[in-house]
Design a protein. Sequence first.
Length: 370
Amino acid sequence: MRDYYDILGVDRGVTSDDLKKSYRKIAMKYHPDKNPNDSEAEKKFKEAAEAYSVLSDDQKRQQYDQFGHAGINSGSGPGFQGGMSMEDIINSFGDIFGDGFDPFGGIFGGNRSRGIKKARDLKVSLKLSFSDIYSGVNKTLKIKRLEHCDNCSGSGAKQGTMPIACDQCKGAGQVRQVSQSFFGQSVSVRECPVCTGSGQIIKNPCGDCGGNGLNRKTVEIKIKVPSGVSAGNYMTLNQQGNKGPKGYQSGDLIIFFEEEEHSIFNRNGEDVITEVVIQFYEAALGMTLEVPTLEGKAKLKIPAGIQSAQILRMRGKGFPRMRGSSRGDQLVRVHVDTPQKLSSKQKKILDELAESNKTLKPIFRRIELD
């Protein structure tokens, strides 16, 4: 697979403006309207669009710069960059030539197909337990989204009636304005201000939806959450968001992940953090204890003479990494408990210990302040 920077003819330090200019030049050169029935031109057009879709997105560009194509394609799950159809390209980058400017208007004649409008995206949050994140999980979400009205089938018109063509745009949904400049003729295409791009006017609106053709309904969506995700990660389900008026493409469903608070664990990246409280004699003598981990109990050796606040590392007991097969670690901070009440027997033993260590004096140390 070719390097995205090579496809667009730019270096890795290219600015967003220069990137856009380069893509615009290539897209105009290989656009299917200028190269009808030319499969090679269509291939180059799609290649350029895919490269631009990655490099124009800061997050995807960073992943690509660090991991190459593997950073974009592997372990991505739903909603990450994949193959792009001509419809995807037109919908995503239809405005790359400038607001309303049709680069082929007035050259080949006829009406160029309009880019499909997209309805609003729907954003929801999903809380995940540490167990869900550790193993990955299938979830069924109940969400409320805009759906086509059952009463009018999404037309917005009262039963027994139909929308009529807009007089302003003659049903096209767009109005054109031709202007002359020093560089020649240009054609500006604008959304019709009367019908707001639908090409239709509703004289008798539906009583259920008020004429917009949409009602809010509760639907169930099933998703598979991969292991290792973290708070702030999100998953995009294409066209699973709100429906729009007739002729609109459905919006996307964007699911943001949140983490439920765990009773004994905390998280730092792929590492799991917890604390264990032991008695001062256990710290002095050392011991082996069973520690809870995300996958069950595991043995941890506490070395003799361990100090309070010292951290022990359990390799590979943390969360899975999103890329690769490795895991983070579990960090166990040891807290040595000093008893506040002693029995007479305990006090006698400690008195004997103190007597045998009379030569030891308190040590004072400087504390570094943040």
